[in-house]
Design a protein around this ligand. Structure first.
Ligand code: GLC
Length: 548
């Protein structure tokens, strides 16, 4: 395990002194890139990505224009759930940490890249010393750090609450003759956030990492932090059908989104506010219309509750335009939006849309108003890989097979080149690499001027040269004829975006004139004068700077 020396001083990024849009907080300005650490780059041949591997790939992050990386958990863990079962919040697991963590932060900061850690406040591993103490006796001082309850009158679990990963969320414990509660695996007991001591211990975890220079946190499962104190049964969801796994056939009225959880998030925000320029984003689950609560109004909660509206929307111009509006209407005035198009729990978007439309998705993500999040490999158009039955690692798939819930297919290792295992590892990768590594990898796509990877890079660079894409208002233009349209407007300047979402040419009945800044096809002279109406080619998206 990596041991920590004295916390480094003064290596934190200083506030930007440049002018204009760069005065806005960094987390409104940057691209946030999620890295499943175990799948990014292995340095020691054990088939698992690690921090030394990541350190060796910082050139790539800088080349692409990434402004912040969010790492999935790197803490000591039995790794039953990709490290979301944490046994020590303030150390690095030996799998990841063969080097001093501080070096990684320094290296990233030198390149103007922020570091966001995953913060998992809802539950620990059952191997965490806190839980070992808690379960040792009813009189242990840490007993109330977790949620313990007596059996119901019939001797079964205290109520009908279901684990997200199937079955009752209550686990019987023989030693002390009570049940404990687990929202996820039984090896992931939930902490009891009603305990002030737990809240203080978790605040200290945040401070520990912020003192080391960490710029922000992604709060895992923030919606489930508090559960109903009366342990009332959840009602059956009348809209749920057999196509959903059993836990999802209940409404989570008494386990999710409780008012107390919102208070706890506001408390965490205050802790983050003790340090300069730090940011809290978080997984909020649930429907778009609930997302606004997670920002908070007078008592701020998360800076960026993660928004999956683009991933979940049907891929047509009318639905997308409506879903974009629904989300923007659901967040408080002045709240800063965000858009997430990939992640370690989400099926790869390129598999859903196909490679041609994955280019429009990139253009959409990087030209909407709000902080863009994507997941390592999305910029290569990585798709779901096939996992043979004997290689399944995801507990979700193991516990509820057959519901298309397996998350391994989106967690396959990054492909860097066409050498052994795509350059990811000299050993057997922890998950299969999948097909087509030789054709779709960083090195190949970097050499191809028109690749999706180059499109990502160009779009990211465009946001810097056209700050209207970052700060400009989102102004919808009625979408017609399978073309999604909107403008971004700031200081009298306007940028027009039109995305043809079908594989056939479509006429854009737009009457304006301007300069073409980018086409998803990357084959036209940029800066060329264009005048509407335009014929968009199959699957083509364009960004046009309008004349005044
Ligand atoms: C979050 C994580 C997911 C994990 C779960 C339990 O939803 O994103 O990967 O399985 O929490 O920690």
């Amino acid at each position: 395990m990596t041991s920590f020396g004295a916390a480094p001083s003064g290596d934190h990024l200083s506030p930007s002194t440049r002018s204009g849009y760069e005065k806005i907080p960094w987390w409104q300005r940057v691209i946030i890139y999620e890295i499943a650490t175990i799948s990014f780059q292995d340095s020691n041949g054990d088939g698992k990505g690690d921090l030394a591997g990541l350190l060796s790939r910082t050139d790539y992050l800088e080349w692409l224009g990434i402004g912040a990386v969010w790492l999935t958990p790197v803490y000591p863990s039995p790794m039953l759930d990709l490290g979301y079962d944490i046994a020590d919040y303030c150390a690095i697991d030996p799998t990841f940490g063969t080097l001093d963590f501080d070096r990684l932060i320094q290296e990233l900061h030198q390149r103007d890249i922020r570091l966001i850690l995953d913060f998992v406040p809802n539950h620990t591993s059952d191997q965490h010393p806190w839980f070992l103490e808690s379960r040792s006796s009813r009189r242990n001082p840490k007993r109330d750090w977790y949620i313990w309850a007596d059996p119901s009158d019939n001797g079964g679990p205290p109520n009908n609450w279901q684990s997200r990963f199937s079955g009752s969320a209550w686990q019987w414990d023989d030693t002390t003759g009570q049940y404990y509660y687990h929202s996820f695996l039984r090896e992931q007991p939930d902490l009891n956030w009603r305990s002030p001591a737990v809240r203080e211990a978790m605040a200290e975890v945040l401070r520990f990492w912020m003192k080391r220079g960490v710029d922000g946190f992604r709060v895992d499962a923030s919606a489930v932090l508090a559960k109903d104190e009366l342990l009332r049964d959840n009602p059956v969801d009348p809209e749920a059908d057999e196509s959903k796994p059993p836990p999802q056939r209940y409404k989570n009225t008494f386990t999710d989104d409780r008012p107390e959880a919102m208070t706890y998030l506001a408390d965490l925000r205050k802790v983050v506010g003790e340090f300069d320029e730090r940011m809290l984003c978080g997984e909020v689950q649930g429907k778009t219309d609930r997302i606004g609560h997670f920002y908070g109004q007078d008592n701020p909660r998360l800076h960026l509750p993660l928004n999956f509206a683009l991933l979940d929307s049907p891929w047509d111009a009318i639905s997308l335009q409506a879903n974009i509006d629904a989300y923007l209407n659901a967040i408080p005035d002045k709240a800063w939006p965000d858009w997430v198009v990939g992640g370690h729990d989400k099926h790869r978007i390129a598999s859903k849309l196909g490679q041609a439309q994955a280019r429009n998705l990139a253009m959409l993500l990087l030209t909407l108003k709000g902080t863009p999040f994507f997941y390592a490999g999305d910029e290569l158009g990585m798709e779901q890989i096939t996992i043979p039955a004997d290689r399944v690692t995801d507990p979700f798939e193991k516990l509820v097979p057959g519901y298309d819930l397996n998350r391994d297919p989106e967690r396959a290792p990054m492909r860097w080149d066409d050498s052994l295992n795509g350059g990811f590892s000299k050993g057997e990768p922890w998950l299969p690499m999948g097909l087509g590594v030789a054709e779709r990898n960083v090195a190949v796509l970097q050499k191809d001027d028109r690749s999706l990877l180059q499109l990502y890079k160009r779009l990211i660079a465009l946001r810097v040269s056209e700050p209207g894409l970052i700060v400009g208002d989102y102004v919808p233009v009625p979408s017609r004829n399978d073309i999604l349209t909107y403008r971004r407007v700031v200081d009298g300047e306007a940028i027009f975006v039109a995305l043809n979402l079908v594989p056939e040419a479509r006429r854009l009945t737009w009457q304006g004139a301007g300069r073409l800044l980018l086409t998803t096809h990357l084959d036209q002279f940029h800066g060329e004068r264009v005048r509407g109406p335009l014929l968009l080619r199959p699957d083509e998206g364009v960004v046009i700077k309008l004349k005044d």
